[in-house]
Ligand binder design. Sequence first.
Ligand SMILES: [Zn+2]
Length: 406
Amino acid sequence: MSDISAPHQSSTKGGASSLAARVLELIASGQATSRTELAEHLGAAPSTISLTISQLVDRGLVAEQGTRTSTGGRPRKVLRLGGTGDFAVSADLGGSHARIGIVLPGGRLTDVSTVPFAIADGPETALSHLSETLEALAERRGRDLLRGVGLSLPGPVDGDSGVVTLPSRMPGWHRFPVAAWLEERFGVPAVADNDANCMAVGEHAFQPVERRQSIMVKIGSAIGAGIIVDGRLYRGATGAAGDITHVRIDAAGDIPCSCGNTGCLETVASGAALVRILRERGADVVSTQDVVRLASDADPEATRAVRQAGRYLGQVLSVNVNFFNPDAVYLGGILSTLEPFVAAVRSQLYEGSHPLMTKHLAIERASLGADAGLFGAGQFALQRALTRALDGATGTAPFPAAPTGA
Ligand SMILES: [Zn+2]
């Protein structure tokens, strides 16, 4: 029986190296700092974890640091990544601005600021300007210790290749190889991913270990979702998992959508939809920010529209919750700052889901707020750098930089 194997099982994947990659990922994100926590996260035997750790320590990828006293128990050694001072620069791109910052191994975000960024200028021009700003940020921290660059983009991106595909709100970006462009520019591993995915990963790293299954929904001009399954991002068969914005709902009738179809959730529940709806009712709004401003001022018409949008989103989400049975639904993006919106999503979720699904379900605003995507993109960058280091480490340089060029 031992010579029988499934035809599509790869012998180069899985096993020890994928365990090592997961261990590095959990230490880098700050989700685990000890062998015990790693064993708990990965469901692996403590002896297996210890063996993997000692191999990573030998290769300089992991180091042990002092001790931490666990409550009442014996002091434990704290694990950290091998390189001291290593960091990634990260950016979360919007239509007219970007949030940038530095992400440190162990789950810390620092030096966060907002800078102008014109997505409509197209990738070459927009990214050139952004790169200058990110370079300056890296210089201040110590350019030699820059290990990766992470970008969160408001459109569909192939996470593996970092290529933008069919973005409806990013003219000129279709097929642009963002990650490869950044790698050539910076000479370190780079990652570009969709904003909802980045937010899901960033938020997950900050949540309790027990929350292993979650849905992160970003509600801005459009609607996106990122899915965490067993503690890891789930991408689906073609990388489009979580794209709930184009789910068709009855209430949307035949309203045309940015995707070319009609009747999508986006046409009745997104920021763009609220702008359209309120303008039809005579309100002076041109952007999602305007809608949020009106609703924050308790304008009755805006509040009513926002609440209705929350109900539509909750309706679609309840189907997903019934199907997926997550521990948590996190709400992010600018509309999630409005209490009437969040309350409507929550009540619709409770109403539309089986009690077994909502018994322990947490429905919360993203605890990282506007920084979830920024932090997640930085996490992706550190993970990519670590995977490269794991594949190509010579044992001399912990967490080495990738060679320049793609
Ligand atoms: Zn659509």
